[in-house]
Ligand binder design. Structure first.
Ligand SMILES: [Zn+2]
Length: 205
């Protein structure tokens, strides 16, 4: 493998990719722009522009609605958090070093699981890390972290990274698009006219 480890592994990404692997982001854009391939250049630009306007508009509307209902976190983050919260109910916590914010959390025995359960994890509340690696990878408290935070009487949702907040999601959707001029107002092109070669059109897929 020629690429540096930090380019394709979560273990070595320095904690900046929030659980997303290398190709996740490009696949997302592929999905948004699906259908524009094979179009003439001008049509491709119009298609991409229209899709992005709709994408930003819909998200802005959804988030505005969620904020008006008092929601704070994205559904994505809450789904992960709720699953972790459910798992945390069977964990046991042991205070280890209060000054440094270190706690030990043990999971219950599981006779029906091939992995058996009964794992021990070191939680560092100050550094926001857990021995399982999930808290630092996703920046959402794992089940072990939730157990330790609840033991301390803290609201574990406040330890979800702000990148998952609806307020910040709103900032990314607040960009103002400029309406393009009507095609009838465009100046005529001075020079040769280019037309697409129908033989080069690709089918979907
Ligand atoms: Zn954990």
């Amino acid at each position: 493998m020629k690429e540096d480890l930090d380019m394709w592994t979560q273990l070595h990404d320095g904690g900046y990719r929030y659980g997303a692997m290398t190709t996740n982001v490009s696949k997302c854009f592929n999905g948004v722009l699906k259908g524009s391939r094979g179009l003439p250049s001008a049509a491709m630009v119009v298609f991409t522009w229209s899709k992005l306007v709709a994408y930003f508009h819909d998200r802005h509307k959804e988030i505005t609605h969620d904020l008006s209902e008092g929601k704070v976190w994205s559904i994505y983050a809450l789904n992960i958090y709720d699953a972790n919260l459910k798992k945390s109910k069977t964990h046991q916590v042991r205070a280890f070093n209060n000054v440094r914010g270190i706690y030990q959390v043990e999971t219950a025995y599981k006779n029906y699981s091939s992995r058996g359960g009964h794992h021990s994890h070191e939680i560092n509340i100050v550094a926001r890390t857990c021995g399982c690696g999930k808290w630092q990878n996703r920046k959402i408290p794992c089940s072990h972290a939730i157990t330790a935070l609840q033991y301390l009487g803290q609201d574990a949702t406040t330890y979800i990274d702000p990148c998952y907040s609806l307020e910040n999601a709103m900032c990314t959707c607040s960009h103002q698009f400029v309406m393009p001029k009507s095609e009838s107002l465009w100046r005529d092109v001075d020079g040769p006219k280019w037309v697409p070669d129908p033989d080069l059109l690709r089918g979907k897929g």
